[in-house]
Each structure stands twice: as structure tokens, then as C-alpha cells.
Design a protein around this ligand. Structure first.
Ligand SMILES: CCCCCCCC/C=C\CCCCCCCC(N)=O
Length: 529
């Protein structure tokens, strides 16, 4: 489907306006201090390079104590957090007490290693949690100034399941205001930095998780994703993330709760540095609901059908895909063909051009009960004084707003949103859903860019706000997606790719991620280029 003349004109207009605004921003933006540290210190403690499930095995076998592992992560967080501002509240002393109890329990266990493995597969392993989830005793503000002081009395179900599996929470990590932006920035905790380049964003909304994991301050973490909030930070921070089939992991216990149709689009899922931890984490976080995913069945990669879509078909709203990302995707195609003897089919899906329109129309659509979703402006007020976006923007220009410019911008855009998707958008959505479900079936894996840009500099996404459509579209389609790192770019930033599969076929993208980790090296230590 070629662009119409009108669309080409809009594209030219939008890109031109964006470039002009961006040029003004660059002129006015403060420069980073000369010679300031742009990278994280090297990783010294070898415990920080061990996948979570292996750590659990070593703890059970008493080759290392839980206290040693937890202390290693605390030391690393204390070293890097002043640089990345990823963890916003820690519970280090409690974590150490819990680790000591774990070590005692292991010492006293008479049933042997396998009894513990079965009952407590993550016993003694530390983990981190996005602040938007409840974790008992920790703040749960989701970056809203008015929620300062909200302390969780209970654990969100996926957090509770990880704790029940023996994992030990270290603290909560930063996110964007109300989880609705791709930069993890808010007026309560400030801005989080990318572990590979401190002047860049770690993505959002689970950007604190992405940053702390990428910087080796954590090995596994909990994120959520309604438009890319697991996958974008996983991509920008060079780690793995999985948005599961909708409904497999509980979304309860997070703020803001999904409303309207959004509960079908929002997914809670694992984020981690090692691909081998994805399946065990997902099984724990989803509990019995994961039984229908047959996650333990062997996947024969050679028998799968692979497809590659290079871009969204030139949406006038979205940037072209960076050349280094195009090349990285081609290298994956070459490797799959050479190693597995498969033929990767190159495709175009013209409906993808409307990804943003589809995402925003469906996010604003009423639920089955006919109720409209809670508006973003209402969420910003959080049952307090109503937020008037224009007034808030005025206050922002003189530094008096409690909100970020991205959140105010979103509330402004929302004012012009239709309450129901147009016929055209419904048609495009249905036809894309049909095409993709037919294409992927129960044995197809689609390679698709995660985002058009490598991790951008702080605030730059304000000038390309629709680029998240590369991830957002799969929330609407309810398809599981694994975000997979693919090494580093020439400037030392993570490269990566989305692996999209049919509903309930999560094991296929997860197995492909394990293969690609071996082929391309997986997570790389920041500063190791
Ligand atoms: C001042 C500039 C702000 C302009 C706002 C333009 C509107 C763009 C619309 C939506 C952006 C949403 C980004 C969502 C990112 C991930 C969300 C998630 N929780 O998964």
C-alpha cells in the first residue's frame, strides 16, 4: 500500500516540524559537563555474571551463600545507582536478613537439594521490581507527586509468586509518570539513565528495571507493558524481556490499573540478563495459567517457519529504522539460515503503517461493559484536584508543575481523541490480526524491529513520540513477544530485535531468544566495548 499524496504531505510536514523543534531544543539544551563519567564502572564480582537459576542451584548446593549473593548485588547497586538513578527505594537490610534465613533453612534441610528446587526454585536469589507494582513496605507512586507516601501493604500477585519461590526483593525501580512514556522520568524521583551511556534514556516505562539489570545491579526483575514498557527498556538497556500472551500473568497490584479494553493489552512479564531465566521466571510469575503454554516442551528450531518484516511500511508519524538495526536484523536472518537450514521469508505487512492509530484508538475504546477507560488527565489527578492540561502546560513552562512535559502532552493529545475507533481502523486491526494469526500459526516466528532508533539521548523522544508504535501494536493484537539483545552498535549502544509469535506460542520466541543469545552474545557488560 503506497502512501497517498496527502499522507506524504503530512509526513513531510510532521517530520519538518519535528526537526525544527528539535533543532531549537538542541540549541537550548544544557550540555553535559566535559569529561564527566559517561559509563559505569567495570563488573568485578563474578557472582554478578551468573544467571538467576544457576545462582539458585549454587545457593542450594551451598557453593555460595544467599548472603554473599545478595551482598554482591547490594554493593553493585550502591556503586552504580548514583550514576543511573534506577532504584528509587531499597530494602537492603531486610534483604540481608532474609538471605541469612535462607542460608539457615538450607543448612537445616534434610530432604536434599531436589526438595528445595521443587518447592523453592529461586531460593535466595535477589530480584528487583518496577515501582508501579505493590511490594510490601515499599512505595507505589508510579511517579505521581500526589502519591508520595503511598506504601504497599501487600505484594502484587506476580511479586508474591516470586517471593513464594524463594526470591528476595532488593527494592523498587523508577518508571515514567503513570507508566505512559518511553523515558523513565517523573517529578518524584527524577530521571533514570542508560547503563551504556548516561546521557541517554534506558527506555520506559519499566526503565528503572532495564537500567539496573543492564548495569548488572540485578539479575531478574518484574516489568509491565501496555505499549512496549518491557520491550523498549529491555532493548535500550541490552537485556531480555518477555511480554507474554495476554492474561497469563496477573496484572493486579499495579498502579494505574488498566480500564476499558486496556486490561487485554496490558501484560506483566519477566525482564532479565540471561535468556535461560525467561522460562522459569514466566512459569513462576504466571503460576498454573502457564500450563496452557507448554513451556517445558522441547522446541525444534529447525522445524519452525521464520519471517522478517524490516519496517512498518513508512508510517508518516514514525522515524525510519536506523541502519545499524536493519543490518543487525539481516545478520539474524543470515545466521538462522546458515545454522538451522531454514529459509527466512521477507515480508511486508501494510497494515503496520497504522500501528499508532490502531494502538491509540483501541487504548481509548470502551470496554465490553461499555465503560470508557479512565482518562489520563483523571489518572494524573489520582482522585485529587482535576488536572487541566493547558493550565498544567503553562505551569510547566515556569517550573511550577508537578508533572512531566510528556504526561502533560499526553493529556493534551487525549483531549482530541475520538471515543470510538473509526471503521477504517477497526478494519485495519482485524485484517492485521487475521493475517498475522494465519501467518504465525503454531510454528511461526516473526522478526520485527523493536524501535526505529538506538537508545536516544534524554528528552529526544519528545520529538518522535510515535516511535513506540513498533512495540505497541503487539499489545493490541495480544501476541506474545520476546525482546532479544544482539550485541552493541559502533557507539557501544545495545542492538536488538522483537521475536513475535502466535497466541500461547510463547515457548517459540523464548527458545529462539536462547539460540540468539548463543549466536550473538546476549547481554554485554556496559563499558566492555
Ligand atoms: C510533549 C510531547 C508529548 C506528546 C505526546 C504524544 C502522544 C503520543 C502517544 C502516546 C505515547 C505513549 C507511549 C507509551 C510507551 C509505553 C507505554 C507502556 N506502559 O507500555
Amino acid at each position: 500500500m503506497a502512501l497517498t499524496r496527502f499522507e506524504r504531505f503530512v509526513m513531510w510536514l510532521l517530520r519538518g516540524a519535528g526537526k525544527m523543534l528539535f533543532a531549537v531544543f538542541q540549541l537550548l539544551a544544557p550540555r553535559g559537563a566535559e569529561g564527566s563519567a559517561r559509563r559505569l564502572p567495570p563488573i568485578i564480582n563474578p557472582l554478578l555474571r551468573v544467571p538467576a537459576m544457576q545462582l539458585a542451584r549454587r545457593i542450594r548446593r551451598r557453593e555460595v551463600s544467599s548472603v554473599e549473593v545478595v551482598q554482591a548485588y547490594i554493593d553493585r547497586i550502591q556503586e552504580i545507582n548514583p550514576l543511573i538513578n534506577a532504584m528509587v527505594k531499597d530494602r537492603f537490610s531486610l534483604a540481608l536478613q532474609e538471605a541469612a534465613q535462607v542460608d539457615k533453612l538450607i543448612e537445616e534441610e534434610t530432604g536434599g537439594e531436589y526438595v528445595l528446587e521443587d518447592r523453592l526454585p529461586l531460593l535466595g536469589v535477589p530480584f528487583t521490581v518496577k515501582e508501579a507494582f505493590t511490594l510490601q513496605g515499599m512505595p507505589n507512586s508510579t511517579g505521581l507527586v500526589t502519591r508520595r507516601g503511598v506504601i504497599s501493604a501487600t505484594d502484587a500477585p506476580p511479586v508474591a509468586l516470586l517471593k513464594r519461590a524463594g526470591a528476595i526483593p532488593l527494592g523498587v525501580t523508577n518508571c515514567s509518570e503513570l507508566c505512559m512514556w518511553l523515558e523513565s522520568h517523573n517529578r518524584l524521583y527524577g530521571i533514570t539513565n542508560n547503563p551504556y551511556d548516561l546521557e541517554r534514556i534506558p527506555g520506559g516505562s519499566s526503565g528503572g528495571e532495564g537500567s539496573i539489570l543492564g548495569g548488572a545491579g540485578s539479575v531478574i526483575g518484574v516489568g509491565s507493558d501496555v505499549g512496549g514498557s518491557i520491550r523498549i527498556p529491555a532493548f535500550f538497556s541490552g537485556i531480555f524481556g518477555h511480554k507474554p500472551t495476554s492474561g497469563v500473568v496477573s496484572n493486579l497490584g499495579q498502579f494505574p490499573p488498566a480500564s476499558g479494553q486496556q486490561s487485554g493489552f496490558l501484560c506483566t512479564g519477566p525482564m532479565c540478563r540471561y535468556a535461560q531465566d525467561l522460562v522459569p521466571m514466566l512459569r513462576i510469575m504466571g503460576g498454573h495459567a502457564t500450563d496452557r503454554l507448554s513451556l517445558l516442551s522441547e522446541v525444534d528450531l529447525k522445524s519452525l517457519r521464520f519471517f522478517s518484516v524490516a519496517h512498518d511500511g513508512d508510517s508518516p508519524l514514525v522515524s525510519p529504522v536506523d541502519r545499524q538495526l536493519v543490518l543487525a536484523q539481516s545478520r539474524v536472518v543470515e545466521r538462522l539460515e546458515a545454522d538451522l537450514g531454514v529459509k527466512v521469508q521477507q515480508l511486508k505487512l501494510p497494515q503496520l503503517k497504522y500501528s499508532f492509530q490502531i494502538w491509540s484508538a483501541m487504548m481509548g475504546a470502551p470496554g465490553k461493559d461499555g465503560k470508557k477507560p479512565t482518562s489520563f488527565a483523571e489518572l494524573m489527578a489520582d482522585h485529587g484536584t482535576k488536572v487541566w492540561p493547558l493550565w498544567e502546560m503553562l505551569k510547566w513552562t515556569v517550573g511550577l508543575s508537578n508533572h512531566t512535559v510528556a504526561a502533560i502532552g499526553l493529556a493534551l493529545v487525549e483531549m482530541f481523541q475520538r471515543s470510538h475507533p473509526t471503521e477504517f481502523i477497526v478494519q485495519q486491526t482485524e485484517s492485521l490480526q487475521r493475517d498475522l494469526e494465519e501467518l504465525l500459526g503454531t510454528d511461526g516466528v516473526l522478526l520485527y524491529p523493536s524501535h526505529p532508533h538506538l537508545a536516544p539521548k534524554h528528552h529526544h523522544p519528545l520529538f518522535t513520540p510515535f516511535n513506540f508504535s513498533y512495540t505497541g501494536i503487539f499489545n493490541i493484537l495480544g501476541l506474545p513477544v520476546t525482546q532479544c539483545p544482539l550485541g552493541l552498535s559502533t557507539e557501544g549502544l545495545p542492538l536488538g530485535l522483537q521475536l513475535v509469535v502466535g497466541k500461547q506460542q510463547d515457548r517459540l520466541s523464548l527458545a529462539t531468544a536462547v539460540y540468539l543469545e548463543k549466536a550473538f552474545g546476549g547481554w554485554r557488560e556496559p563499558g566492555s566495548t
